[in-house]
Design a protein around this ligand. Structure first.
Ligand SMILES: NC(=O)c1ccc[n+]([C@@H]2O[C@H](COP(=O)([O-])OP(=O)(O)OC[C@H]3O[C@@H](n4cnc5c(N)ncnc54)[C@H](OP(=O)(O)O)[C@@H]3O)[C@@H](O)[C@H]2O)c1
Length: 324
């Protein structure tokens, strides 16, 4: 792979090349380099990316944890989330010039680049009340929080929800979406992140350094974002008819999902989906002031490897952006 010179925008509309963050083998963050690539083939939309964000999925795929799904063809791109401006369009509701945001589906990450091509279902107009760059912090984590709480947990007004891993990408949206759905929220985080969770709307906060779960409480919903709670631990804090939602497809969580499927206190795994209507719903929450992305760090595209390393610390507060 040939490295692109400098850090500036390298898309050349006549020469049809662009910069992209890619890697030619599975490995640590430093396998990522910025290379010149041909522009992607147009799907429904071609988007000039202003920013992407890094999710744990990017780091897991790059390390080879999902080799079966991602396959053995290299080089591979990285990045699922994006925000940018439509440069060419085959759909009426997002013509050229529209600021959009979205998440490319599947295992072929590619949004950490100057251009991304996507389907209509994977994008929506970006919330107008936010800087476009910050909209890139929302899609994958925001969709996960929305789909987990609304669809898996069927969270209703007045119910109580415990969110474990509340200060990270998914958790910060989960706190805010649970409040928007009218729930009473308890966050679980490190002591250093408790104030952050309170500021986002948590009614109660718990420091996992004092025990993984708050003692003596029971909840209608346990959303285990961090994914380290056993079904046995969850049972001690879940009401008899409560719902347990996890993000992690471990053998234990998959077994719990199958075994509790028809029980009132069931476990389920959220599997995030690209969805145009859900992106519109997230935009609506942002416009109403109910959802604010928390961006901890911004890295230039040329430092995408450092952005991955930051997320791999497992202590990101909110989100990490990669800015073009
Ligand atoms: N199934 C799906 O569709 C799906 C979708 C999205 C994400 N996920 C998965 O969900 C997980 C979380 O994603 P994310 O984007 O929120 O990750 P993230 O932003 O990297 O999460 C970082 C957060 O984890 C917290 N944390 C670290 N150790 C903890 C512990 N022992 N107990 C509780 N919290 C702890 C940290 O809080 P402190 O700094 O306060 O310790 C930090 O705020 C990842 O495994 C990701 O792959 C799955």
């Amino acid at each position: 792979m040939s490295e692109s010179p400098g850090g500036s925008r390298a898309t050349d509309h006549e020469g049809n090349s662009m910069r992209a963050a890619m890697y030619d083998r599975y490995g640590p963050a430093n396998v990522l380099t910025i290379v010149e690539r041909p522009e992607p083939t147009m799907q429904d939309l071609m988007v000039e990316v202003v920013a992407s964000s890094v999710n744990p999925k990017d780091t897991f795929v790059r390390k080879g944890r999902f080799k079966y799904q991602a396959g053995a063809r290299f080089p591979k791109g990285t990045g699922y989330d994006f925000a940018g401006i439509v440069t060419a369009s085959r759909v009426d509701d997002m013509p050229a010039g529209t600021p959009v945001y979205g998440m490319v589906k599947g295992w072929g990450g590619r949004s950490a680049a100057d251009l991304v091509s996507c389907r209509r279902q994977e994008a929506a107009p970006a919330p107008r009340s936010l800087p476009l760059i910050d909209a890139a912090a929302i899609p994958l984590a925001g969709l996960t929080a929305l789909q987990a709480l609304r669809d898996n947990a069927s969270l209703r007004p007045g119910q109580s929800v415990l969110i474990n891993g509340a200060s990270g990408g998914v958790g910060t949206y989960a706190i805010q979406i649970a409040k928007a759905l009218g729930a009473e929220v308890t966050s679980v985080s490190s002591s250093a992140s408790q104030e952050h969770c309170r500021r986002l709307g948590a009614d109660h906060t718990h420091d996992y350094g004092r025990g993984r779960l708050p003692p003596g409480q029971r909840y209608d919903v346990v959303f285990d974002v961090f994914g380290n709670l056993s079904r046995r631990e969850v049972t001690t804090v879940l009401k008899r008819t409560g719902r347990h939602v996890t993000t992690v497809p471990s053998a234990a969580n998959l077994a719990a999902t199958a075994l509790t499927r028809f029980l009132p206190h069931r476990t389920s795994l959220v599997v995030v989906r690209s969805n145009h209507h859900d992106l519109l719903e997230l935009s609506r929450l942002v416009q109403e002031g109910a959802l604010v992305p928390e961006v901890q760090r911004r890295f230039p595209l040329t430092e995408v490897a450092a952005a991955h390393a930051h997320v791999e610390s497992k202590h990101t507060r909110g989100k990490v952006l990669v800015v073009n």
